[in-house]
Write a protein that binds this ligand. Structure first.
Ligand code: HDD
Length: 712
């Protein structure tokens, strides 16, 4: 009987000499093989020679020169000299985590991809979040799009969903990507600004490129300053194609929906964090996972018939358009949990190589011209960044299923190929490895036989011509507070643009076509005379999409929220204890902070050790503040400028603030008006209940106007 390539089915039958492609424990063990643990081991050179002295180089005489012969020092310094690799040309700053994807509602009617086919099936994932503009060492909280790249290590090969936290993109065709990136990156003459789009070249480009209007509006919204990675939605952006076992195809958009809701920083907070804790997002992800507060998302699909590609009033192939959820609801198919931090940042996070072209049978591409160009770019960039075509052999990139082909050699080859024939067909090695018949019967990848016809042309399809109506839809879907933030963001960014004609062009040629009021409000802030506006025609189009407003995407609990508990000498021990217990029971993080990092005595005369000081954990790093009552609370805090600033700043940033017992007098003293989140009370239990309710709302938006007068 002639041999067949191993498939999920026949490998299980074939016995112990074959790797079971669906056994995830075995897969994980395979990955773990590459993890090093030096505990109890001798220090050696890279060739295994044990080292006796790692403190002193080999010298010609006690005070003489170092000898060339010192192979130990030479090896160590040579390796060090070569430690850096080129950072990613975009998305250089990022952080990542391991986890799993689990199917909740099988999608086998849509795709033959095995990892989506069976309820309860789990697939290991590695997820990297990133900013786009800044270099590796830049701050996390800058105003920017966030990358959301997921590598699924499926039994049929790796599938990478390389998306962003916004559902659209700046440009429609990949040929414009280098132009866009050159414009948004720091300016070429002085490499300023780092991690920011508030400069001339960015606004020059986007004001001359109307197709960017919709995405720029998203980046001026609160979506561009997320509070945490766990609070971000994720989007595959393009229409992809799913193909089922019968060969039927549908267009889909991928959605990640965070369990923690969609929440953002306020701009003042984001800017301050960039200085006080540039690792804010990275730290949050790391700490949450270490605490067992695992970030979680649902994976959803919007499914469209290809025949309907033009029937929504825009083209499904146009990446500057989203499909409103009111028109096509999101069908949830699974959930993703991140539950393990990487062991080594460089080996895993930095060397991870994502690629939109890493697909498995049942997942295919659409003709979106941005996606088509990406299919070229990602492998190309890894060749430079990771030093050659063997980057898929790096442990973090290796598929967890077997992989074999006749590709050979090149720098840093890991695999030792045993066969004598590295070509196909061959009769020397039995013609192995062999092709597999297409999915679903065999599991080999075959592209969807989409009919194609047309002339070879460089054109932009007329169906891509409407650049404004979805921007208008987004603007109209925002709450009042969100609209105000957008106006503030445009005003801030454009006021950093030195060339006045660029400011004016953005307002007159772009904003005026999105919404007259938006344009007028920004124009007023910049002192620009706006004589005419012409909103995009919205007749017959969806007028607003509630699914786009973050106000409708709040979480139902306080899991993962960080609460500062300000301790003072003599603070009520029972109150602090109950507060901590209740917050932690609800999955929130309680941080005990004191005037200094030293322990203080509580109301029972017992030492209470804080987790940090008011200065080391400023209010911008937490979601809410609670001041327990106590004998000296008023005296201590009213004389402490840092503490007063803490409360003022938390209030200004619209956070819940609770003042218990005597601490309540601070409210009047600091001019903090009571509201739904500025809470005072003598009795702990009701105060806590109100505090938790406010914490669920996250910010007290009704306070925003009043908070403007607070000088923090
Ligand atoms: Fe890209 C990285 C997302 C358009 C070329 N891109 C990169 C990453 C994400 C995205 C999340 C970081 C992956 C990681 O964490 O390593 N890119 C997108 C999205 C796009 C998009 C959602 C539009 C919908 N990208 C895009 C285009 C091109 C590229 C049009 C080129 C034609 N992207 C790259 C790149 C990067 C990259 C140069 C830099 C580092 C890397 O690939 O590995 O190839």
């Amino acid at each position: 009987m002639s041999k067949q390539p191993k498939t999920a089915e026949n490998s299980q039958m074939a016995g112990s000499d074959t790797l079971d492609r669906s056994n995830s424990n075995a897969k994980l063990e395979q990955l773990e093989r590459f993890r090093e643990d030096a505990t109890g081991e001798a220090l050696t050179t890279n060739t295994g020679t044990r080292i006796a002295d790692n403190q002193n180089s080999l010298r010609g005489g006690e005070r003489g020169p170092t000898l060339m012969e010192d192979f130990i020092m030479r090896e160590k310094i040579t390796h060090f000299d070569h430690e850096r690799i080129p950072e990613r040309v975009v998305h250089a700053r990022g952080a990542a985590a391991h986890g799993y994807f689990e199917v909740t509602e099988p999608a086998s009617d849509l795709t033959c991809a095995a990892f989506l086919g069976e309820a309860g099936k789990r697939t290991p994932v590695f997820v990297r979040f990133s900013t786009v503009q800044g270099p590796r060492g830049s701050a996390d909280t800058v105003r920017d799009v966030r990358g959301f790249a997921v590598k699924f290590y499926t039994e049929e090969g790796n599938f990478d969903l390389v998306g962003n936290n916004m559902p659209v993109f700046f440009i429609q065709d990949a040929i414009k990507f280098p132009d866009f990136v050159h414009a948004v990156k720091p300016e070429p003459h002085n490499e300023i600004p780092t991690g920011a789009s508030a400069h001339d070249t960015f606004w020059d480009f986007v004001s001359l490129t109307p197709e960017s209007a919709h995405m720029v509006l998203w980046t001026m919204s609160d979506r561009a300053i997320p509070i945490a990675y766990r609070s971000m939605q994720g989007f595959g952006v393009h229409s992809f194609r799913l193909v089922n076992g019968e060969g039927q195809s549908k267009l889909v958009k991928f959605h990640w929906r965070p369990k923690a809701g969609v929440c953002s920083l306020v701009w003042d907070e984001a800017q301050k964090l960039a200085g006080k804790d540039p690792d804010f997002h990275r730290r949050g992800l790391w700490e949450d996972i270490e605490r067992g507060l695992y970030p979680e998302w649902e994976l959803g699909l919007q499914v469209m018939d290809e025949e309907d590609a033009l029937s929504f009033g825009f083209d499904l192939l146009d990446p500057t358009k989203l499909v409103p959820e009111e028109l096509v609801p999101v069908r949830v198919v699974g959930r993703m949990v991140l539950n393990r931090n990487p062991d080594n940042f460089f080996a895993e996070t930095e060397q991870a190589a994502f690629h939109v072209g890493h697909v498995v049978p049942g997942i295919d591409f659409s003709n979106d011209p941005l996606l088509q160009g990406r299919l070229f770019s990602y492998t190309d960039t890894q060749l430079l960044r990771l030093g050659g075509p063997n980057f898929n052999e790096i442990p973090i990139n290796r598929p967890l299923c077997p992989f074999h082909n006749n590709q050979r050699d090149a720098p840093h080859r890991q695999q030792i190929n045993r066969g004598r024939a590295s070509y196909e067909p061959n009769s020397i090695d039995g013609n192995w490895p062999r092709e597999t018949p297409p999915a679903p019967s065999g599991g080999g990848y075959s592209s969807y036989p989409e009919p194609l016809q047309g002339h070879k042309v460089r054109v932009r399809s007329a169906s891509f011509a409407d650049h404004f109506s979805q921007a208008t839809l987004f603007w109209r879907s925002m709450s009042e507070a969100e609209q105000q933030h957008i106006v503030d963001a445009y005003s801030f960014e454009l006021s950093k643009v030195e060339r006045l004609y660029i400011r004016e062009r953005q307002v007159k040629e772009i904003l005026a076509h999105i919404d007259p009021l938006l344009a007028l409000r920004v124009a007023e802030n910049l002192g620009i005379d706006l004589d005419s506006t012409s909103t995009s025609p919205m007749e017959g189009k969806l007028q607003d999409s509630p699914a786009l407003s973050q106000m409708n995407l709040l979480p139902s609990d306080i899991r993962g929220r960080r609460v500062a508990i300000l301790l003072t000498p003599g603070c009520k021990a029972d109150e602090v204890g109950s507060l901590k217990k209740m917050l932690e029971a609800a999955g929130a993080v309680a941080k005990l902070l004191a005037p200094s990092a030293a322990a203080l005595k509580d109301s029972d005369g017992q030492p209470m050790q804080p987790d940090g000081s008011f200065a080391s954990e400023p209010s911008i790093t937490v979601d809410a503040v609670f001041v327990p009552g106590g004998e000296y609370v008023l005296k201590t805090l009213q004389d402490d400028g840092v503490a007063k600033h803490y409360l003022l700043e938390a209030y200004k940033h619209l956070k819940p603030v609770a003042l218990s017992g005597d601490a309540a007098q601070l409210a009047a003293m600091l001019g903090l008006e009571e509201d739904d989140g500025m809470l005072c009370g003598d009795s702990f239990d009701p105060l806590y209940m109100r505090f938790e309710t406010a914490l669920k709302q996250h910010r007290i938006w009704a306070r925003e106007m009043r908070a403007k007068s607070i000088p923090a």
